[in-house]
Design a protein around this ligand. Structure first.
Ligand code: UD1
Length: 418
């Protein structure tokens, strides 16, 4: 890697075994949750990615102490004193918003920079605020800052219009210390919600229903510190699995909870791969050209994740026929199309759909990662392409992939640097 660029000379075949890094989307809300208890927390298998570093800056800014020992992260929240989140990391990361619920829960007052849109779309927070208001919070805006206060948090019956992952997390974080019972109807069922619930339970929270659309929270007076193992990242795993399909390769990914992959193994089989899996590993082998997928729509878990849509799009551009993908979660998720076209892919897209011709002979080009998941998908396309590809904008990829060079080396790929 040269600065923010990565050079890959293809075609290369993925072939190897990898212990998959810890999950970004599980780690970030768990980090927010540590603020709810006073004590020393220990998180194992925590990914060292820039989004986690930014979240830690905010925790430090709020008065916590943090220390890394390899991938073990130690957080001391006993000295938390600041309800204002203003550190450098605040504006860089959407998940700052998850601090609303936890800081309100612990300090009854919170101030965060008002979260704007991001590169994959508008990303409103109306459902977060509505849920927290039902628990007793009051919000106002002051010069780009969202300020929340609450006299006392109380349980409520909350109905979410959409199973928003972030809103479910925020409401859970505030409800665990609220007085009485909170029921979240229409809650998100993503594995990251299940992980957050398991972590909060280790802190002493009373919650049931995780992994279903109805979450029941019985508020407790106090939470304590806990130790936890962050699961491996299902999206990182999925990226490399699609990479293996595109390169007619073979990969064994370890420490991946199969339950977190939802229907992905079946989809890989439909595309022509041989798949073997047990509770915590998955193996794929691809010996032929990918089959097309006539129709696929992104959806909340257990549906196909929006975070893997770009990697699937890249894989389908080399499939033996026409595929159609509908994007239902985020409006700006097709920014990768123009970049794949530079590599020879034949894709037509509207705001919420892409029609992929397939059969493309991808070739090297200079392309730009414009967001995290699209960037990783371009790297997979570069492996399958003939010639040299330069991927610019690698800082986006580093938000979620700890060391993609090292991962690719384990998977038998040679990174070419100029
Ligand atoms: C989303 C993904 C999650 C992924 C994460 C990081 C889904 C359902 N969620 O979570 O799997 O890990 O991005 O990339 O796939 N919305 C509102 N109002 C709100 C909140 C959300 O209208 O207050 C809408 C959004 O505009 C979007 C949809 O709900 O269309 C999904 O949002 P949500 O699940 O909240 O997004 P994240 O929590 O960021």
């Amino acid at each position: 890697m040269d600065g923010n660029k990565l050079y890959i000379r293809g075609p290369q075949r993925i072939q190897g075994e990898l212990l998959v890094q810890g999950s970004k989307n599980a780690a970030l809300p768990i980090l927010a949750a540590t603020l709810l208890g006073k004590g020393i927390f220990i998180l194992h298998h925590c990914p060292q990615i820039s989004d986690v570093e930014h979240m830690l800056e905010l925790l430090i800014d709020a008065g916590c102490k943090v220390h890394w020992e390899g991938h073990m992260l130690i957080i001391d929240t006993r000295t938390l004193q600041n309800y204002r989140v203003s550190g450098n990391g605040a504006g860089k990361m959407r998940s700052t918003v998850t601090l609303l619920g936890s800081i309100l829960g612990r300090m009854h007052k919170v101030e965060i920079p008002y979260p704007g849109g991001c590169t994959i779309g508008e990303r409103p927070i109306n459902l977060h605020l509505k849920g927290l208001e039902q628990l007793g919070a009051v919000f106002e805006y002051q010069e780009h800052t969202l300020c929340g206060t609450v006299d006392f948090l109380h349980g409520a019956q909350i109905y979410l219009d959409f199973p928003s992952v972030g809103a479910t997390e925020n409401i859970l974080l505030a409800a665990v210390l609220a007085e009485g019972i909170t029921t979240i109807h229409g809650a998100a069922m993503e594995p990251e919600i299940v992980e957050l619930v398991c972590f909060l339970r280790k802190m002493g929270a009373h919650i049931s229903g995780e992994g279903t659309p109805v979450l029941l929270v019985e508020g407790v007076k106090k939470l304590h510190a806990a130790e936890y193992i962050i699961p491996s990242d299902r999206i990182v795993a999925g990226t490399y699995l699609f990479g293996a399909l595109m390169t007619r390769g073979e990969a064994r990914l370890l420490h991946v909870p199969l339950a977190h992959l939802g229907t992905l193994p079946e989809l890989l089989e439909r595309m022509g791969a041989v798949v073997e899996a047990e509770d915590d590993w998955i193996y794929v082998k691809m010996e032929r050209q990918c089959s097309p997928i006539p129709y696929l729509v992104t959806a909340p878990f257990p549906g196909f994740p929006t975070d893997l849509q770009s990697a699937l799009l890249a894989a389908l551009s080399t499939a033996s026929g026409t595929s159609f993908i509908e994007e239902k979660i985020f409006e700006e998720r097709f920014q990768i199309v123009a970049e794949l076209q530079k590599m020879g892919a034949s894709i037509a897209n509207g705001d919420s759909f892409a029609l992929i011709d397939g059969d493309a002979k991808l070739h090297g080009a200079t392309v730009e990662a414009k967001e995290l998941r699209g960037g990783a998908a371009l790297i997979m396309a570069a492996l399958a392409a003939e010639g040299e590809t330069c991927i610019q904008g690698m800082e986006y990829v580093q938000r979620g992939y700890e060391d993609i060079n090292k991962d690719l080396l384990s998977l038998g790929i040679v990174i070419y640097c100029t």
